[in-house]
Design a protein around this ligand. Sequence first.
Ligand SMILES: Nc1ncnc2c1ncn2[C@@H]1O[C@H](COP(=O)(O)OP(=O)(O)O)[C@@H](O)[C@H]1O
Ligand SMILES: [Mg+2]
Length: 320
Amino acid sequence: MSKLEFVDLGVTFGHGARCTTAVAGVNLAIPSGKVVGLVGESGSGKSTLAKSAVGLVPLSTGSVLLDGRNALGVVKGPRPIQMVFQDPSSSLDPRMPIGESVAESMTGVRGRAERQARVSDSLALVGINPSRAVELPRTFSGGQKQRIALARALAANPAVIIADEITSALDVSVQGSVLNVLREVQRRLGLTMLFISHDFAVIRYVSDVIAVMYQGQIVEVADTELLLSAPQHPYTQTLLASVPRLGGQHGSSALAADTQFIDAPTTGEAGCAFRTRCPLDAAPQPAGDRRLCLEEDPQLLASSRRHRAACHFVTGVAAS
Ligand SMILES: Nc1ncnc2c1ncn2[C@@H]1O[C@H](COP(=O)(O)OP(=O)(O)O)[C@@H](O)[C@H]1O
Ligand SMILES: [Mg+2]
């Protein structure tokens, strides 16, 4: 059991005028044995945040902690945080039998028999017949390949799994089986998990807690049902309104509407990053003094609260 924490985490790519702040001061904790779902539009910084936990991108601020210790400090030995990517071919060598790919991530193996047994266990765990360990990736379907990629991650005996859009490239018909396997394995092994998707329906299915990301920041965090039933941040409300199965009207993303009331935000400017798209401004009676949105960046404070939203004018029912 392990707790993963992002503390004031920032990632900036490039230098000078060309620099992009992909992650801007994220504070997010994933309690031991829980699944936190990270949702947000393409380009909001989800993958960059994920990669920061496994040392794939350089941090410009903050830290990643595993049970309170620097998660990026250890370079040798077993890797306690394993990541599964959208495209399984990034972790499966097309010329290597899948059993060998799975074995590659194992550490502390004593002898051939133990190696084979552990490969079999890992494959069985994700519903792949261990007798197929000698086959090449191309003999498997997309969904099976993704489950094999998961088996490879599990073979490292991790405390934390980060799953980044692992069903996004799959046929809708097989997405369910991959998600079921993932959820079952997570529960059985008590894994701590950061589960990333741009799809609320997928996120809801596996997550205990949902975190919403917008332009490199977490703008809302709450238990799954609470966030879905009483979203507080206008961005979350807008996102949910565009999800048909969750109560919105198909294709009616309010984000497409012209709600601009001031120049687009630039990184480092004061004020709320969402202000140029905020539907609150279009409401007949804006709540309170909206100058605050221009002058002060609403922070996601009080991490002890069950429901947090980075908005000066929280509008959800359960405002705490
Ligand atoms: N290696 C990189 N170099 C430069 N910019 C990058 C790099 N990786 C991501 N970005 C930029 O960072 C932002 C966040 O990207 P990403 O983390 O991939 O978002 P998401 O996973 O939510 O779609 C985007 O503007 C993207 O173009
Ligand atoms: Mg991504």
